[in-house]
Design a protein. Structure first.
Length: 344
C-alpha cells in the first residue's frame, strides 16, 4: 500500500474542503444513550444544506472543489507521498476524512466511531484519518445484513461478489466491496456490525420522535448498531450519512415502525351476532385507554352467524406493555382475542 498523507497534510487539505461545506456539530443524544448504555453523539451529515449527504455536497461545489483537489495533491507531492484513494479523488478522500477530523476535534476523548460501509469511501476516509490521529479510537463499520459485502470479503480474505443484495438501506446495497477500498478497510476498521432491516425501521421511528430528524435508511445503520455494542458508558459517535428519503417510503417506514413497537396492532375476536356485542368490545378497549383506528365486521366467518362473527380491530397503544394489557382485558371478558397481521 502506498504511503498515506501525514496528519498535518491531511488537516491542511481538509481545511480547504471545509470552506465549501456546512459545519455539522455533534448532537448528544440522551435517549439513545439511555437505550444502549453508552454516551451517544450523532454526527448529522444528513443536514448538509443542498444534497443532504456530505460526499455529494463536496463534489457539487465547482471551483472550490478544484482548488481543494489541487491543494491536496500539492501537499502530497511536496512530501514525496501518494494521495491514495479508491476513486482516485483526493477531495472526496479528504472530505470523508474531514468528518472524522471534526469529530475528534469536537470530542477529543471519543472512544468509538460507528460509520456505514456501503461502497467503502466514507468508512475508508474516516477510519484512515482516525487511526493516524488516535489509534486507540475504535472505528466500527456497519452494513445491512441483507448486503454484507465487506463481511463476506473479510471472511474470504479478499473481495467477493454477493449473489444478491436485499435491504431497505438501498444506498448500502453493494454486491461487492471495491478492491481498492478493501485493503484500507481491512487494515483500519476494528470490527463490522450487521444490522437487519427491522432494526432500521425502529431506528427511523426513534430518530423522528426523539430528534425530529429525517435520516435515510442507509444513514440509520449506525444508530441501529448502537444496541449491538456492550453497555460500557463509552463515548460513541454515530455518523448519520444521509437524509434523502421520499415521502411514500417515509410513511411506510413509520407505519412499520409503529407496528414493531407495539404502538399499532390488530386483534381478532369472535363474538355472537347480537345487538350490543360490538359496543361491549369497544368499551373494554376504551376502558384500557386503547384507541380503535380501524374495525371490520366479518359475518361470513361461520355458516352459523348466531354462533360467531369475526371482528378484526386495529388499535393504537403506547407500546408493548399497554398492548398486552388491552389483550388481557379482552381475554378476561371471554372474547378470546388473537393477534393477527396488521394491514394499514
Amino acid at each position: 500500500m502506498a504511503d498515506m498523507l501525514t496528519l498535518e497534510a491531511f488537516e491542511g487539505a481538509s481545511e480547504k474542503v471545509r470552506e465549501v461545506t456546512q459545519d455539522t456539530k455533534l448532537i448528544e443524544s440522551p435517549s439513545f444513550s439511555a437505550a444502549c448504555g453508552n454516551r451517544v453523539w450523532l454526527k448529522p451529515e444528513n443536514k448538509v444544506e443542498r444534497t443532504k449527504a456530505y460526499g455529494a455536497e463536496v463534489v457539487l461545489k465547482g471551483d472550490v472543489y478544484d482548488e481543494a483537489c489541487d491543494y491536496a495533491l500539492q501537499l502530497a507531492e511536496g512530501r514525496g507521498l501518494t494521495f491514495v484513494h479508491p476513486f482516485n479523488d483526493p477531495v472526496v478522500a479528504t472530505g470523508q476524512g474531514t468528518i472524522a477530523m471534526e469529530i475528534v476535534q469536537e470530542l477529543p476523548l471519543v472512544d468509538v466511531i460507528l460509520v456505514p460501509v456501503g461502497g467503502g469511501g466514507l468508512a475508508t476516509g474516516v477510519s484512515t484519518f482516525v487511526k493516524q490521529y488516535n489509534p486507540k479510537v475504535k472505528v466500527i463499520g456497519v452494513e445491512p445484513s441483507g448486503a454484507p459485502s465487506l463481511t463476506a470479503a473479510l471472511d474470504a480474505g479478499h473481495p467477493v461478489r454477493l449473489p444478491s443484495a436485499n435491504t431497505i438501506a438501498d444506498g448500502m446495497a453493494v454486491l461487492e466491496v471495491g478492491d481498492r477500498v478493501y485493503p484500507y478497510l481491512e487494515q483500519s476498521l476494528d470490527d463490522v456490525i450487521l444490522v437487519d432491516d427491522a432494526e432500521l425501521v425502529v431506528a427511523f421511528l426513534d430518530m423522528v420522535e426523539n430528534h425530529k430528524m429525517i435520516v435515510e435508511n442507509s444513514g440509520l445503520l449506525t444508530v441501529a448498531a448502537l444496541k449491538h455494542l456492550p453497555a460500557e458508558n463509552k463515548r460513541v459517535v454515530s455518523i448519520l450519512s444521509g437524509g434523502n428519503m421520499d415521502v411514500i417510503t417515509m410513511s411506510s417506514v413509520v407505519q412499520h415502525g409503529l407496528i414493531r413497537r407495539g404502538r399499532i396492532f390488530t386483534v381478532s375476536v369472535l363474538l355472537p351476532d347480537r345487538p350490543g356485542m360490538l359496543v361491549k368490545v369497544a368499551s373494554i378497549i376504551a376502558e384500557q385507554s386503547g384507541n380503535v383506528i380501524k374495525l371490520e365486521h366479518n359475518q361470513f366467518v361461520s355458516t352459523n352467524r348466531n354462533a360467531a362473527v369475526e371482528l378484526p380491530t386495529t388499535i393504537e397503544a403506547y407500546g408493548e406493555e399497554h398492548k398486552a394489557q388491552i389483550i388481557a382485558a379482552l381475554e378476561a371478558a371471554g372474547f378470546g382475542p388473537s393477534v393477527v397481521q396488521t394491514s394499514l
